[in-house]
Every structure is written in structure tokens, then in C-alpha cells.
Ligand binder design. Structure first.
Ligand SMILES: Nc1nc2c(ncn2[C@@H]2O[C@H](COP(=O)(O)OP(=O)(O)OP(=O)(O)O)[C@@H](O)[C@H]2O)c(=O)[nH]1
Ligand SMILES: [Mg+2]
Length: 285
């Protein structure tokens, strides 16, 4: 990783966190979206300082292409740390039922307070936060469903903030809070590169493919069998595996099998879940 990134990061991060701190004040519930396949690397640890005591819900996205056993463990792990956690395919509506269930105690508390103060019942205000590419927009879209994006113009809200009246019950901040990725840790940076959430120029494609192959060797050795007919990686060099993929898929460069094209394809198929439902981060590790 380039040294300059390390110096550039803190100022950039502070700015994003400050902006999010402003939004957090406006809502009852902060929904953090992270990728179920790497729930630590795809979260920004500094976010929790900004959220403070505010109610939070962690949504692990892309559980349809994650290892189901690992996802179960991660849900337990985060719940134990005090963060209610659910997982799902954000492209499916079922996630909303889960949110509804999880938010129930929040509603009860809110309604009690409103009754106590003689206030009119208000919808629960929520916002969505996450690092790039985790599924924030997908979540917001599925949450608002086919309802017209109604903008609630309320005194006290910043002009630039748009609220979507999702239902009688929910008001959703239209713009997701985007947080910078955490590239400080080398292993996490590789994880993010494999998931395709890192700018391509930061790591060469071959290096990302090597990182993925090392991971597959360790945890999912037969992963390449069904798509590439490579039964096991044992005793094979990374380049041999990539060349085999290049030959099988006819990925050539100047007439010879191309390592970089094979690297690109392997990483792409992995991150699209085509090799199988695998998780890059293990809850037990
Ligand atoms: N398989 C699967 N794909 C998902 C899921 N959620 C999101 N995706 C895909 O992940 C990609 C990124 O989703 P977005 O909703 O654009 O993510 P985002 O967090 O808004 O990304 P930025 O706006 O770049 O920060 C898209 O190709 C989505 O279709 C999910 O639960 N399962
Ligand atoms: Mg988006």
C-alpha cells in the first residue's frame, strides 16, 4: 500500500465521521450495513465512537453468498458485544420483517415516552451507514419498496437532508452515510481488495488473486472444482492454478494464457459468489 494513503486517511476519515455524527443526532436508530463475508473489514471501527449510546442495528448483507455457518457465528459474536445483528439478502424483502421485529422494543419505548409527554406518535427515524459497496443503496431501495419517495420537510432537519416516509412507522434518511474503508491493517486491505471494494490501482490484480488463493487453500480447498475443474490446490503454485484457469477459459494475451486476465476472472467470480458461499473472515479466528 502506498505510504501517502496512511497520511491522507485520518483527515479524510475525521471529516466523514463528523458529517455522520451530525446525522446520528437526528435519528432514533442507526442501521450499520456490513458484508457478511467479512463483517470486520467492511466496518469502520471508529463509527462506534460516533454512534455512542444511540440505538444501533447491524445488518450483515450478502448472506446469500456467505458461508451460512460463519454468518451464524458472526451474529452471535456481535450480539455478545452489545450490537443487535441480523443477516440477509438485501435484495429480498424478508430483511424488512427482521428489522421490524428487532425495532419493536424501540417502538415500545418511543410510544411510552410520547404518551408520558402527551405527544403525538411519531415515526421511528433511522439512517443507514456503511463503507462503500456493502449494500446501503440496495437496503434503502428495498426498505422504501415501491412507495413514492415522499420527502418529509420538517423544521429542525437540515435542508439538505431528505427523509423518505417508508410507512406509518418509519422515516428513513434518504442519503446513506458513507464511511471510508479501513486500509491500515494489511490483512483487512487484502480482504477488501478480494471483495472488490478497494480501488484497483492500490493492489495489482495478480496479488489480489494470490491472496484469494491462499485463503482458499486454507479454508475451502475444493472451491475451484465446480467452476474450473480444479479438484484441489494442494501441491500447486499459484501461477500454475491461474494458468490452468486461463487455459480453461481461453483467456489469452498475445496468444498465450494470461495470468492477469485469469486473476481478474477468479477474483470477480469469487466476489460475485459464483465459486460458492464463502466467508473471508472467520468468527473463531
Ligand atoms: N448477493 C447479494 N448482493 C447484494 C446484496 N446487497 C447488495 N448487493 C450487491 O452489492 C453491490 C453494491 O450494492 P449497493 O447497494 O450499491 O452498495 P452501496 O453500499 O450503496 O455502495 P456505494 O454507494 O458505492 O457506497 C450491488 O451489485 C448489489 O446488487 C445482497 O444482500 N446479496
Ligand atoms: Mg450507494
Amino acid at each position: 500500500m502506498k505510504q501517502q494513503n496512511v497520511h491522507y486517511f485520518p483527515g479524510h476519515m475525521r471529516k466523514a465521521l463528523n458529517a455522520i455524527a451530525g446525522f446520528v443526532k437526528l435519528v432514533d436508530l442507526v442501521v450499520i450495513v456490513a458484508d457478511a463475508r467479512a463483517p470486520l473489514a467492511t466496518q469502520n471501527p471508529y463509527l462506534y465512537d460516533v454512534i455512542g449510546e444511540k440505538k444501533r442495528l447491524l445488518v450483515l448483507s450478502k448472506s446469500d453468498i456467505a458461508d451460512p455457518e460463519e454468518t451464524k457465528k458472526w451474529i452471535a459474536y456481535f450480539a455478545k458485544e452489545g450490537t443487535p445483528t441480523i443477516a440477509g439478502d438485501l435484495k429480498k424483502g424478508k430483511i424488512l420483517t427482521l428489522i421490524d421485529k428487532t425495532a419493536e422494543p424501540l417502538f415500545t419505548a418511543k410510544r411510552e415516552k410520547e404518551a408520558r409527554l402527551g405527544m403525538k406518535q411519531q415515526p421511528l427515524r433511522m439512517m443507514v451507514i456503511g463503507v462503500p459497496n456493502v449494500g446501503k443503496s440496495t437496503f434503502i431501495n428495498s426498505f422504501r419498496g415501491d412507495k413514492k419517495a415522499k420527502v418529509a420537510n420538517k423544521a429542525g432537519y437540515t435542508r439538505s437532508e431528505q427523509w423518505i416516509r417508508v410507512s406509518e412507522k418509519y422515516l428513513l434518511l434518504d442519503t446513506p452515510g458513507i464511511l471510508p474503508m479501513n486500509y491500515e491493517d494489511k490483512r483487512k486491505a487484502m480482504t477488501l481488495a478480494i471483495l472488490g471494494t478497494m480501488k484497483e490501482e492500490v493492489l495489482p490484480q495478480e496479488e489480489i488473486a494470490y491472496g484469494l488463493l491462499e485463503f482458499l487453500r486454507k479454508y475451502y480447498d475444493p472451491a475451484l472444482n465446480s467452476r474450473f475443474g480444479i479438484a484441489s490446490l494442494e501441491g500447486k503454485e499459484n501461477d500454475d492454478v491461474l494458468l490452468e484457469i486461463a487455459k480453461k477459459r481461453g483467456l489469452l494475451e498475445s496468444g498465450v494464457p494470461s495470468l492477469s486476465k485469469a486473476s481478474y476472472l477468479l477474483v470477480k467470480e469469487f466476489k460475485d459468489g459464483l465459486l460458492g458461499p464463502y466467508s473471508l473472515e472467520k468468527a473463531d479466528a
